[in-house]
Write a protein that binds this ligand. Sequence first.
Ligand code: PEP
Ligand code: MN
Length: 372
Amino acid sequence: MCEACRPARREELDRLDDELTELLLRRARLAAGVVADRLRGAGAVRDGAREAQVLARAARRARSPGERRLVEDLYGRLLAGVRAVGRAEADASPAPPAACPGAPRVVAVGAARFGGGALELIAGPCAVEDEAQLEQAAAAAREAGAKVLRGGAWKPRTSPRAFQGHGAPALAMLRRAADRHGLALVTEVVEPALAGPVAEVADMLQVGARSMHVPALLRAVGRAGRPVLLKRGMAATVEELVQAVDYVRDGGAEDVVLCLRGIRTFCDASRFTLDLAAGPVLRARTGLPVVVDPSHAAGRRALVAPLALAAAAAGADGLMIEVHPDPGRALSDGPQALRPDDLLALAARVRAVEAAARGPAEVTGHSGWGAG
Ligand code: PEP
Ligand code: MN
């Protein structure tokens, strides 16, 4: 090579190096973004098939085995380097947590304000049996200071032989009883097709513990245009309940109230174990009000009051309690149902505990779960 050619070749190399660097960085930034998105979305970081195609295309341009090795080596390093940049990008700005809290939410249902600072009471029978039973239970709920009547029209029973509820006629009875006593109404939706029809009648839609893991149902109640009472599954982790909230929110509902009703443990003193620690955790994690159902956790009448009082002391946003005028004749959950007088007496004690425990929460208007 002549002396005069050397500087021209160096210039050409410098120019190619600059172009190559520019191209490499453009490619790396684009691909690192893809890697970071995959990491945030918990998808697979590597797409082995695509990497093989890229390498094969690059290798086809090579004119000799040496050039091929060079291209393969460079591409291998490039892809590995890009994964490292993507990981760093994902670490620097992780995805927002699911069910991100925002401000603590107040959920209005009739006159009740869940998460509004005061403990709200929901009461009623496990299942609607007949007009007289429902009327006495609704009257007791009202007298105890409940603002929301509960009651099952369709019952998700563990055994298909057990009473399954009277269905649509019971829903109409619930509405009439709630209206007679100036109460709002919450009742359970047991299948997606019922979300719309129940939403036309009830003020709040309940998803039961047995249904918390059913995406189609969660989306359907989320789409129905009513606040949702979402019960924790008896074997669900807190994180799984948070993810169930995401399904409901995906349907469009923002007004969700969570309900602790006990989980299954090796403790055999009660039907389920009431995990009160989940209350403040869920309130902080989701911003949603968290109420407690001591009836299903207890399984026995004598244990309902201690659990209700403990929940009130812990700062629960509400209580949901089963009441029956004649528990011995109840078609479902009789052993855990309070008699009307028991409910009245318990409600007075709950108010005393609430007043003693909350204090400043009344002033700030925030849920008592976080006050401690
Ligand atoms: C209910 O509240 O009527 C009920 C069936 O409870 P859970 O879903 O918590 O068992
Ligand atoms: Mn019940």
